[in-house]
Design a protein around this ligand. Structure first.
Ligand SMILES: [Zn+2]
Length: 240
């Protein structure tokens, strides 16, 4: 009898543990994270992002305009002046994960010494914007696939150019931002020596600080150390 009671108690205990685990851990996790149904891409909303910060504080998205001295913002997707011709962001802000922001800050120090300053066109991009781009363009040769998301969605990519501190004007680069032309490729031949010099300085300094230029976009830089950073879907207005 005692033996039976013990067995029964142990079974109840096991069930109780399972219930506690499901109720307190598994269910909240499911409610925090949404999945892209087609391919199981995990997309974090704000509660999931906040939960992830507890385990890894370096995942924090940093406001680049506030964190990095003298940086300027020209957030094209907060205006209709972009390839979609639509206003995609409600606010003209730029965020990146903490290690990305710190590396960019170091690059900015070097640019300032050379007489230049960073101007950001785009940084962290909420996943919903990637979906919107795909709805408008519908071609993954030009925009990221919603099936995978982009490094911008992970807060690990920056689109930028340089401003001359003497004139306060943008340096001339091989093409305008977001150009789909072949001249926008990072290694496309450039005949104008001034433009070649501008592009070379941009790429060289950022490479020295842990970034890698995109093959087809001179303005797009991925931060190399971004393993484990999830795709996020938190609009700027919900970040601060
Ligand atoms: Zn980009």
């Amino acid at each position: 009898m005692n033996c039976y009671v013990n067995l029964k108690n142990r079974k109840m205990e096991k069930n109780l543990k399972l219930f506690i685990f499901t109720f307190f851990f598994a269910i909240p996790f499911i409610s925090l994270v949404s999945q892209n149904k087609e391919n199981k891409l995990i997309v974090f909303d704000r509660p999931a992002y906040e939960e992830s910060l507890k385990k890894m504080p370096s995942k924090e998205l940093i406001n680049l305009g506030k964190k990095i001295p003298d940086i300027s913002l020209d957030i094209k997707y907060a205006t209709p002046n972009n390839f979609t011709k639509q206003v995609i962001y409600k606010e003209a802000k730029a965020f990146a994960r903490k290690p990305v922001a710190e590396a960019l800050g170091e690059a900015q120090k070097e640019f300032l010494k050379l007489g230049y300053s960073i101007k950001i066109f785009d940084a962290y991009r909420p996943y919903r914007a990637t979906i919107k781009f795909f709805e408008i363009i519908g071609d993954t040769r030009y925009v990221a696939s919603p099936k995978t998301g982009s490094r911008h969605n992970k807060g690990c990519a920056i689109d930028l150019t340089l401003v001359d501190l003497n004139t306060n004007k943008e340096l001339t680069m091989p093409t305008e931002y977001d150009s789909f032309r072949k001249e926008a490729w990072a290694e496309a031949p450039v005949s104008d020596s001034e433009i070649l010099k501008n592009r070379t300085i941009l790429i060289q300094v950022l490479t020295n600080h842990g970034f890698r230029v995109n093959k087809t976009e001179w303005w797009h830089f991925d931060f190399v150390g971004c393993a484990g950073f999830e795709v996020l879907d938190i609009p700027f207005e919900d970040l601060e």
